[in-house]
Ligand binder design. Sequence first.
Ligand code: OOG
Ligand code: MG
Length: 254
Amino acid sequence: MIPHTQWAKALHESARAQKPRDQFSTQHTYSLDDAYRIQHALIQERVNEGHSIVGVKMGFTSVAKMKQMGVDDMIIGQLTADMWITEDQPLVRSQCIHPRAEPEIAFRLSQDITSPLSVDEVTSVVDGVASAIEIIDSRYENFKFSLEDVVADNCSSCGFALGPWCEVPLGLNGLDMIQTFDHQIVAQGTSDAILDNPFEALAAATRLALQYGLPLKKGMIVLAGASTAAHFIGATKNVEVTVDGLGSAQFNMA
Ligand code: OOG
Ligand code: MG
Protein backbone atom coordinates (compact mmCIF):
# COMPACT_ATOMS: atom_id res chain seq x y z
CA MET A 1 0.00 0.00 0.00
CA ILE A 2 1.46 3.35 -1.08
CA PRO A 3 1.19 6.15 1.55
CA HIS A 4 -0.16 8.72 -0.92
CA THR A 5 -0.73 11.55 1.53
CA GLN A 6 2.62 11.07 3.25
CA TRP A 7 4.50 11.17 -0.05
CA ALA A 8 2.53 14.23 -1.15
CA LYS A 9 3.44 16.02 2.08
CA ALA A 10 7.10 15.09 1.55
CA LEU A 11 7.04 16.53 -2.00
CA HIS A 12 5.31 19.68 -0.78
CA GLU A 13 7.89 20.10 1.95
CA SER A 14 10.72 19.65 -0.62
CA ALA A 15 9.23 22.46 -2.71
CA ARG A 16 8.65 24.79 0.21
CA ALA A 17 12.10 24.16 1.75
CA GLN A 18 13.98 24.00 -1.62
CA LYS A 19 15.33 20.57 -0.64
CA PRO A 20 15.43 18.02 -3.46
CA ARG A 21 14.65 14.43 -2.45
CA ASP A 22 15.20 10.85 -3.68
CA GLN A 23 12.94 9.45 -6.35
CA PHE A 24 10.26 7.15 -4.91
CA SER A 25 10.63 4.70 -7.82
CA THR A 26 14.15 3.64 -6.85
CA GLN A 27 12.73 2.07 -3.63
CA HIS A 28 9.11 1.31 -4.54
CA THR A 29 7.03 0.11 -7.44
CA TYR A 30 3.87 2.12 -7.87
CA SER A 31 1.30 2.67 -10.59
CA LEU A 32 0.36 5.71 -12.63
CA ASP A 33 -2.99 5.73 -10.81
CA ASP A 34 -1.08 5.91 -7.50
CA ALA A 35 1.00 8.75 -8.95
CA TYR A 36 -2.10 10.79 -9.83
CA ARG A 37 -3.52 10.15 -6.33
CA ILE A 38 -0.30 11.53 -4.84
CA GLN A 39 -0.54 14.54 -7.20
CA HIS A 40 -4.11 15.20 -6.01
CA ALA A 41 -2.97 15.14 -2.38
CA LEU A 42 -0.04 17.42 -3.26
CA ILE A 43 -2.36 19.98 -4.88
CA GLN A 44 -4.59 19.74 -1.81
CA GLU A 45 -1.61 20.95 0.25
CA ARG A 46 -1.50 24.13 -1.86
CA VAL A 47 -5.27 24.55 -1.74
CA ASN A 48 -5.05 24.22 2.06
CA GLU A 49 -2.57 27.13 2.00
CA GLY A 50 -5.26 29.21 0.28
CA HIS A 51 -4.17 28.89 -3.37
CA SER A 52 -6.92 28.11 -5.87
CA ILE A 53 -6.57 25.83 -8.90
CA VAL A 54 -6.29 27.98 -12.04
CA GLY A 55 -5.67 25.40 -14.75
CA VAL A 56 -3.74 22.41 -16.00
CA LYS A 57 -0.49 21.79 -17.85
CA MET A 58 0.37 19.12 -20.35
CA GLY A 59 3.80 17.52 -20.26
CA PHE A 60 5.83 15.57 -22.81
CA THR A 61 3.76 16.64 -25.80
CA SER A 62 6.95 17.14 -27.83
CA VAL A 63 9.66 14.69 -28.84
CA ALA A 64 12.27 17.25 -27.68
CA LYS A 65 10.97 17.06 -24.10
CA MET A 66 10.50 13.29 -24.07
CA LYS A 67 14.08 12.82 -25.27
CA GLN A 68 15.50 15.32 -22.79
CA MET A 69 13.84 13.65 -19.81
CA GLY A 70 13.90 10.01 -21.00
CA VAL A 71 10.16 9.35 -20.75
CA ASP A 72 7.71 8.40 -23.46
CA ASP A 73 4.16 9.28 -22.47
CA MET A 74 2.05 12.40 -22.05
CA ILE A 75 1.26 13.60 -18.54
CA ILE A 76 -0.98 16.23 -16.95
CA GLY A 77 -0.50 18.38 -13.88
CA GLN A 78 -2.33 21.25 -12.20
CA LEU A 79 -1.61 24.97 -11.95
CA THR A 80 -2.39 26.89 -8.76
CA ALA A 81 -2.65 30.65 -8.28
CA ASP A 82 0.67 30.89 -6.43
CA MET A 83 2.46 29.61 -9.56
CA TRP A 84 1.27 32.50 -11.72
CA ILE A 85 4.23 34.85 -12.25
CA THR A 86 3.27 38.52 -12.53
CA GLU A 87 4.87 41.83 -11.62
CA ASP A 88 3.11 41.61 -8.27
CA GLN A 89 4.08 37.98 -7.81
CA PRO A 90 7.61 37.50 -9.22
CA LEU A 91 9.48 34.21 -9.34
CA VAL A 92 11.96 34.28 -6.50
CA ARG A 93 15.20 32.44 -7.30
CA SER A 94 15.86 31.51 -3.68
CA GLN A 95 12.45 29.82 -3.50
CA CYS A 96 13.38 27.38 -6.29
CA ILE A 97 15.67 24.33 -6.32
CA HIS A 98 17.05 24.14 -9.89
CA PRO A 99 14.50 25.92 -12.10
CA ARG A 100 14.33 25.50 -15.86
CA ALA A 101 12.30 27.54 -18.36
CA GLU A 102 10.57 26.30 -21.48
CA PRO A 103 8.55 27.90 -24.31
CA GLU A 104 4.84 27.10 -24.36
CA ILE A 105 1.43 28.16 -25.67
CA ALA A 106 -1.50 28.75 -23.29
CA PHE A 107 -5.24 28.43 -23.86
CA ARG A 108 -8.08 29.99 -21.83
CA LEU A 109 -11.29 27.97 -21.54
CA SER A 110 -14.56 29.71 -22.43
CA GLN A 111 -16.70 27.07 -20.73
CA ASP A 112 -16.65 24.15 -18.32
CA ILE A 113 -15.46 20.93 -19.97
CA THR A 114 -17.44 17.83 -19.05
CA SER A 115 -16.48 15.38 -21.78
CA PRO A 116 -13.31 14.61 -23.77
CA LEU A 117 -13.16 16.70 -26.94
CA SER A 118 -11.60 16.07 -30.34
CA VAL A 119 -9.11 18.38 -32.02
CA ASP A 120 -11.95 19.77 -34.18
CA GLU A 121 -14.12 20.48 -31.14
CA VAL A 122 -11.59 22.22 -28.90
CA THR A 123 -11.45 25.46 -30.89
CA SER A 124 -15.00 26.24 -29.77
CA VAL A 125 -14.19 25.99 -26.03
CA VAL A 126 -11.37 28.56 -25.89
CA ASP A 127 -11.65 32.35 -25.94
CA GLY A 128 -7.96 33.20 -25.78
CA VAL A 129 -4.51 31.96 -26.79
CA ALA A 130 -1.24 33.36 -25.44
CA SER A 131 2.49 32.85 -25.60
CA ALA A 132 3.71 31.35 -22.33
CA ILE A 133 6.76 30.40 -20.31
CA GLU A 134 6.67 27.45 -17.99
CA ILE A 135 9.11 27.14 -15.11
CA ILE A 136 9.69 23.57 -14.02
CA ASP A 137 11.60 22.70 -10.86
CA SER A 138 11.65 18.98 -10.13
CA ARG A 139 11.61 18.14 -6.46
CA TYR A 140 13.86 15.15 -7.22
CA GLU A 141 17.65 15.21 -7.04
CA ASN A 142 19.33 16.02 -10.37
CA PHE A 143 15.96 16.45 -12.13
CA LYS A 144 15.83 12.62 -12.52
CA PHE A 145 12.56 10.70 -12.32
CA SER A 146 10.37 7.90 -13.67
CA LEU A 147 7.04 8.69 -15.32
CA GLU A 148 5.25 7.90 -12.02
CA ASP A 149 7.66 10.07 -10.01
CA VAL A 150 7.14 13.12 -12.20
CA VAL A 151 3.34 12.73 -12.21
CA ALA A 152 3.36 12.47 -8.40
CA ASP A 153 5.46 15.66 -8.29
CA ASN A 154 2.76 17.53 -10.25
CA CYS A 155 4.81 17.24 -13.43
CA SER A 156 7.63 19.42 -12.02
CA SER A 157 5.35 22.52 -12.03
CA CYS A 158 6.79 25.60 -10.37
CA GLY A 159 5.54 28.69 -12.20
CA PHE A 160 4.23 30.11 -15.42
CA ALA A 161 4.05 33.52 -17.12
CA LEU A 162 1.64 34.51 -19.86
CA GLY A 163 1.76 36.99 -22.71
CA PRO A 164 -1.31 39.03 -23.69
CA TRP A 165 -4.44 37.03 -24.55
CA CYS A 166 -4.97 36.92 -28.32
CA GLU A 167 -7.99 35.94 -30.39
CA VAL A 168 -8.08 32.24 -31.16
CA PRO A 169 -6.67 31.71 -34.65
CA LEU A 170 -8.04 29.01 -36.96
CA GLY A 171 -4.72 27.22 -36.87
CA LEU A 172 -1.64 27.19 -34.63
CA ASN A 173 0.75 25.42 -36.97
CA GLY A 174 4.11 26.63 -38.19
CA LEU A 175 4.61 29.32 -35.54
CA ASP A 176 8.23 30.01 -34.56
CA MET A 177 8.80 29.89 -30.80
CA ILE A 178 11.89 31.60 -29.41
CA GLN A 179 13.09 31.67 -25.80
CA THR A 180 15.70 34.17 -24.67
CA PHE A 181 17.67 34.52 -21.42
CA ASP A 182 18.77 38.10 -20.90
CA HIS A 183 17.93 38.74 -24.57
CA GLN A 184 20.16 35.92 -25.90
CA ILE A 185 18.42 33.09 -27.74
CA VAL A 186 18.65 29.83 -25.77
CA ALA A 187 15.93 27.78 -27.47
CA GLN A 188 14.21 27.94 -30.79
CA GLY A 189 11.43 25.68 -32.05
CA THR A 190 8.12 25.59 -33.81
CA SER A 191 4.57 25.08 -32.60
CA ASP A 192 4.40 21.97 -34.82
CA ALA A 193 6.66 20.25 -32.28
CA ILE A 194 3.69 20.18 -29.86
CA LEU A 195 1.86 17.02 -31.03
CA ASP A 196 2.06 18.31 -34.64
CA ASN A 197 -0.60 20.88 -33.62
CA PRO A 198 -1.04 22.60 -30.21
CA PHE A 199 -4.82 22.11 -30.44
CA GLU A 200 -4.06 18.35 -30.17
CA ALA A 201 -2.51 19.06 -26.76
CA LEU A 202 -5.71 20.78 -25.69
CA ALA A 203 -7.76 17.81 -26.87
CA ALA A 204 -5.43 15.48 -24.94
CA ALA A 205 -5.83 17.71 -21.86
CA THR A 206 -9.61 17.27 -21.96
CA ARG A 207 -9.14 13.50 -22.15
CA LEU A 208 -6.53 13.20 -19.38
CA ALA A 209 -8.20 15.73 -17.06
CA LEU A 210 -11.45 13.78 -17.16
CA GLN A 211 -9.65 10.46 -16.79
CA TYR A 212 -7.82 11.59 -13.65
CA GLY A 213 -10.47 13.87 -12.15
CA LEU A 214 -8.82 17.27 -12.70
CA PRO A 215 -11.26 20.20 -12.98
CA LEU A 216 -11.50 22.09 -16.30
CA LYS A 217 -13.70 25.13 -15.69
CA LYS A 218 -14.53 28.29 -17.60
CA GLY A 219 -11.65 30.77 -17.30
CA MET A 220 -9.03 28.13 -16.52
CA ILE A 221 -5.68 28.00 -18.31
CA VAL A 222 -4.29 25.02 -20.22
CA LEU A 223 -0.56 24.93 -20.99
CA ALA A 224 0.06 22.83 -24.10
CA GLY A 225 3.58 21.61 -23.22
CA ALA A 226 6.99 22.82 -24.32
CA SER A 227 8.10 22.81 -27.94
CA THR A 228 11.83 22.57 -27.11
CA ALA A 229 14.00 21.14 -24.36
CA ALA A 230 13.99 23.16 -21.12
CA HIS A 231 16.95 25.31 -20.03
CA PHE A 232 18.34 25.93 -16.55
CA ILE A 233 17.71 29.53 -15.55
CA GLY A 234 20.86 29.81 -13.44
CA ALA A 235 21.75 33.44 -12.84
CA THR A 236 19.51 34.68 -15.69
CA LYS A 237 17.56 37.81 -14.85
CA ASN A 238 15.09 38.14 -17.75
CA VAL A 239 13.27 35.26 -19.46
CA GLU A 240 11.21 35.87 -22.58
CA VAL A 241 9.28 33.66 -24.98
CA THR A 242 8.00 34.97 -28.29
CA VAL A 243 5.54 33.01 -30.42
CA ASP A 244 4.92 34.13 -33.99
CA GLY A 245 1.70 36.12 -34.12
CA LEU A 246 0.99 35.78 -30.38
CA GLY A 247 3.45 38.32 -29.00
CA SER A 248 5.64 37.53 -26.02
CA ALA A 249 5.56 36.48 -22.39
CA GLN A 250 8.38 37.65 -20.15
CA PHE A 251 9.39 38.12 -16.52
CA ASN A 252 12.34 39.14 -14.41
CA MET A 253 13.66 36.85 -11.66
CA ALA A 254 13.49 38.31 -8.19
C1 OOG B 1 8.33 17.44 -16.60
C2 OOG B 1 7.39 18.44 -17.16
C3 OOG B 1 7.21 18.37 -18.66
C4 OOG B 1 6.52 19.82 -20.67
O1 OOG B 1 6.18 20.94 -21.07
O2 OOG B 1 6.77 18.88 -21.45
C5 OOG B 1 6.62 19.63 -19.20
C6 OOG B 1 9.80 17.85 -16.67
O3 OOG B 1 10.32 18.01 -17.79
O4 OOG B 1 10.41 17.97 -15.61
O5 OOG B 1 6.24 20.51 -18.50
MG1 MG C 1 6.00 22.39 -19.56
